[in-house]
Design a protein around this ligand. Structure first.
Ligand SMILES: Nc1ncnc2c1ncn2[C@@H]1O[C@H](COP(=O)(O)OP(=O)(O)OP(=O)(O)O)[C@@H](O)[C@H]1O
Ligand SMILES: [Mg+2]
Length: 356
């Protein structure tokens, strides 16, 4: 009898060792607990919880649960104890041993361990997914504010344009000194609205579509930044000047103006900006690189979204204008950036058919 018991215990211990070895290979956090005591945790789990196995084994599993959620998790552990299989997965924020919080998927299931029923709890890190969900929400919010703003701009611009017309009529018979000031303020307001409309819907902007010699235009554009060029070195490498693109010239000038302006605003004193133009695989490429502050990785997806700006004085419409204009003419914009190193915007545009 004693021999049989001994052999059963030996088998059980052997099975448990194999079971723990399998758990040890998991890349996810897995721990086994019973009666508010952790019996085993795998190495991935100890690393994820920022502690050592020694610190964690023997501790109460609720020690990683923020106080507010403790009753909920206690209830789940009890539920898992009564269940025959895994219970539903929940999302939960937990506190690691170094005090940092992290979002996880939390799943529990009853298992046999140590000769009795215990709970196997698994934690799956969902920080990345949560961050992208947050970013997507923020981006959608910004995009809908942008759409609303464009709608309002459209509605307000028409009556303001009529007011401007009436003001001009009044000016013909009146010389009141305020009339000039009123007219100039009104023009500023109409310009701002026009700008917003142009940025979001470049096809509404009436300008003939022409062949554009980007090499020539980029060379002239630089002169608009004369005042900033004392402190910044601009390197130009403009090749394949015989190749042209097609589009609305002023819109493209504005787009490249916006990209160069951003680069100038990003570089420190004595910073460097490089502008390249070249032809490859039937497309024209314009590359604007700077050695400025760079863009945080989690903000790259925000670029081009109306009103996204990290600058106190920025409107956050510059890149929206760039992205919409380039896209309108079948092009693409690629951004590469590293914090503290610099940023590169690569604009790819289809070639004008007659300059092939
Ligand atoms: N070359 C760059 N280097 C670093 N950050 C950049 C660069 N270009 C754009 N950004 C980031 O993208 C954001 C959006 O740029 P965008 O041109 O749309 O607006 P803005 O420059 O903030 O304002 P505005 O163009 O109206 O003056 C900027 O606020 C900045 O955070
Ligand atoms: Mg800008």
């Amino acid at each position: 009898m004693n021999q049989m018991l001994e052999s059963n215990t030996k088998d059980r211990l052997q099975n448990e060792t194999i079971y723990c070895q399998i758990l040890e290979y998991s890349v996810e956090t897995i721990f086994l607990h019973v009666d508010q005591k952790i019996l085993y945790i795998n190495q991935a789990g100890a690393d994820f919880l920022k502690g050592s196995k020694k610190d964690i084994i023997g501790a109460n599993p609720l020690c990683i649960i923020p106080d507010f959620y403790k009753p909920k998790i206690t209830e789940r552990i009890q539920k898992a104890m009564m269940a025959a299989g895994p219970i539903e997965v929940i999302e939960q924020s937990i506190a690691r041993l170094d005090g940092t919080f992290v979002d996880v998927e939390f799943y529990c299931q009853p298992v046999q361990f140590g000769g009795r029923k215990a709970i196997q709890t698994g934690l799956r890190d969902i920080t990345k997914r949560k961050n992208s969900e947050r970013q997507l929400n923020e981006r959608e919010k910004l995009a809908s504010i942008g759409q609303m703003a464009v709608g309002i701009a459209h509605e307000v611009k028409n009556p303001l344009t009529s007011v401007k017309g009436f003001l001009q009529l009044i000016k013909e018979t009146n010389t009141h000194p305020y009339l000039l000031a009123m007219e100039s303020e009104l023009e500023k307001a109409i310009d701002t609205l026009q700008n917003l409309l142009q940025v979001s819907k470049p096809n509404l902007y009436s300008e003939p579509i022409t062949k554009i010699d980007l090499c020539k235009e980029l060379s002239s554009l630089i002169f608009l930044f004369q005042d900033k060029l004392y402190n910044t070195e601009i390197e130009m490498d403009l090749r394949n000047s015989d190749k042209m693109i097609i589009g609305k010239k002023n819109l493209f000038l504005k787009a490249f103006f916006n990209l160069i302006k951003n680069a100038l605003e990003a570089v420190p004193e004595k910073g460097k900006i490089r502008i390249e133009h070249y032809f490859r695989d039937d497309c024209i490429y314009v590359k604007i690189s700077d050695n400025g502050i760079g863009i945080p990785k989690d903000k790259i997806d925000f670029l081009g979204t109306p009103f996204y700006s990290s600058k106190g004085e920025g409107t956050g419409l510059g890149l929206t204008q760039v992205f919409t204009t380039v896209k309108e003419y079948g092009g693409t914009v690629q951004v590469e950036s590293e914090l503290g190193i610099g940023t590169t915007f690569l604009v790819k545009l289809p070639l004008h058919p007659t300059s092939c």
